[in-house]
Design a protein around this ligand. Structure first.
Ligand SMILES: Cc1ncc(COP(=O)(O)O)c(C=O)c1O
Length: 448
């Protein structure tokens, strides 16, 4: 089997871990390269960035690959396809900006974040047609701390409403803010997740004070239409519920779909009842740089959240984020197009080689939510979870799959009601890696 097993911790430290495609057979071989060289390699002669290049992250203390490696005996875990970070080498404009800044060897307090704010406003205007004012923005060290502050401001000792399956972090955020979650499970209609409007409204009881809208929705991949967002917004307004719109995945939209910023909706009352939380960190894989922001057209709502929020940004995080916003457009376009192809590759592979797995076509994000319920049934995951003391059948299946195929996925049960029988898979990897991963999963699930 072509292998990424070469990509050991030692290799990373010695070589910056660049692996390249070698030979027509498409096998992968780790090859030594300099860190400095790696940004040059990313641009191919025709002006295209090389997303097929396998960039070794093993041993770089990255949670996607290094966290599962710590959980399993040596040699069992092979492919980190969970955590929502991308495997691609960083956009060269970011590496170059960081390289330039580290030529100056002093790291005291920052003087201003104005250029960063301006770069955010420019990106939002040019790419998403939304007119922001730098004064409407609060910078944050993540979407997560912004949402915690918002739940403290609006829903403490009350409840927050979620349409599920949804990003597992929302449950952690709610716990941190001491807010209870209420799940409104989406319906699965003709191969697509849809909001159950009757259920959603029924769940809007007086103790529900906030609703987190996930647009696009992680992990189901919905890119919500203007009509859907308006309908959610109006229901929230009618029931005195503040909308917290998490738009961190907004740049990763598949062709044929359009992202609608909640703040651009054509109803001022709905918009004024909302805040938006977003970042460029998913688009450029900058989560470790700890940079995000939130905004609202309503200064009163913004002020209320700001009272519970405190964040200090780091110099390198600001440099990287500003470079992405100002110079990363072309890289982002190519990356999103590549991810689109990755989704198609996964869809075709599953349909052709593992019909036992259910596939839902994503509209956005680089995650995909796969239905393994038939496999779980075949291996008695429910009973086995009890025998092995696992939290849910999906957690048992996670271990089973790692042992059978080396592939690590996220258990669907972590994503709220409706996640049963499912596993979340990351699609943002070189297609060479994806093919290995899919082959490995297929040979495991086709045996049951
Ligand atoms: C929908 C969603 N919101 C927020 C986050 C976390 O954002 P941050 O790293 O900026 O706190 C994630 C990370 O995967 C996410 O998928």
């Amino acid at each position: 089997m072509a292998t990424l097993n070469h990509l050991s911790r030692r290799h990373f430290l010695k070589s910056a871990g660049v692996a390249t495609l070698a030979g027509a057979a498409g096998s992968l071989h780790a090859q030594p390269a300099d860190v400095a060289d790696s940004s040059r390699h990313a641009l191919l002669a025709d002006g295209k960035f090389d997303f097929d290049k396998v960039y070794n992250r093993v041993g770089s203390n990255c949670s996607r690959w290094d966290s599962p490696a710590r959980r399993y005996p040596e040699g069992v875990f092979k492919y980190g396809m969970g955590v929502a970070s991308m495997d691609f080498e960083c956009a060269p404009c970011i590496t170059e900006a960081l390289q330039e800044r580290i030529q100056h060897h002093s790291w005291g307090y920052l003087s201003t974040t104005d250029p960063l704010r301006e770069s955010i406003v420019k990106w939002a205007g040019e790419r998403h047609g939304i007119d922001l004012d730098t004064r409407e923005l609060t910078l944050s060290d993540g979407v997560y701390p912004g949402l915690v502050a918002a739940l403290r401001a609006f829903a403490q000792h009350g409840k927050v409403l979620l349409t599920t399956p949804v990003y597992s972090g929302f449950y952690t955020i709610a716990r941190r803010a001491q807010v209870q979650t209420v799940d409104s499970q989406m319906q699965y209609v003709n191969g697509r997740y849809e909001i159950d409007w009757e259920d959603l409204e029924a769940k809007m009881t007086p103790d529900v004070r906030a609703m987190i809208v996930c647009n696009p929705q992680n992990p189901t991949g919905n890119v919500w239409s203007e009509d859907d967002l308006l309908r959610m917004g109006k229901l929230c307004l009618d029931h005195n519920i503040v909308v917290l719109s998490d738009e961190i995945h907004c740049d990763v939209i598949r062709s044929g779909y359009t992202y609608t910023p909640f703040a651009s909706l054509p109803d001022a009352a709905v918009v004024n009842n909302s805040l938006t939380f977003t970042a460029i960190s998913k688009t450029f894989n900058l989560a470790g740089m700890k940079n995000a922001h939130y905004y609202s057209r309503n200064p009163t709502l913004l002020q209320r959240v700001n009272q519970f929020h405190a964040a200090e940004l780091s110099t390198l995080g600001v440099v990287a984020t500003e470079a992405a916003y100002n110079h990363g457009g072309e890289w982002a376009d190519q990356c999103v197009a590549y991810v689109d192809e990755c989704h198609t590759l996964i869809e075709n592979h599953i349909k052709e080689h593992m019909p036992i797995v259910g596939y839902t076509r994503n509209e956005g994000t680089y995650m995909t939510f796969l239905d393994f319920s038939r496999v779980m049934k075949a291996i008695n995951a429910k009973e086995q979870a009890v025998v092995h003391g696992k939290e849910t059948p999906e957690h048992y299946f996670q271990d089973w799959l790692v042992h059978q195929s080396g592939v690590y996925l996220n258990p669907g049960s972590d994503y709220g009601a409706g996640g049963e029988g499912h596993m979340r898979m990351n699609t943002a990897s070189s297609r060479l890696v994806l093919k290995e991963v899919l082959d490995a999963i297929a040979s495991a699930v086709n045996k049951v």
